[in-house]
Design a protein around this ligand. Structure first.
Ligand SMILES: [Zn+2]
Length: 73
């Protein structure tokens, strides 16, 4: 059973990456195919909810970021 879904240009972190919504033994997770951004999400999370979460994280990550350079390893 493989129900992965793709959300194009939806990454909270890099904004242009494709988010893969996937399931494995640990449960549901989201992963950006571009920058490697990854978050666990509750089982049964719908694409609608994923979009809302990504938008919220995007706000979080980009609101109090003075310059996007030094924090990245
Ligand atoms: Zn990304």
């Amino acid at each position: 059973m493989n129900n992965e879904m793709l959300h194009f240009k939806s990454c909270s972190k890099c904004t242009t990456g494709t988010i893969e919504h996937n399931f494995d033994a640990h449960g549901n997770y989201l992963q950006c195919l571009n920058c490697g951004f990854m978050r666990d999400v509750p089982d049964g999370t719908t694409s609608k909810t994923v979009k809302r979460m990504l938008a919220a994280w995007h706000k979080e990550m980009h609101s109090n970021e003075p310059a996007e350079s030094e924090a990245i390893a």
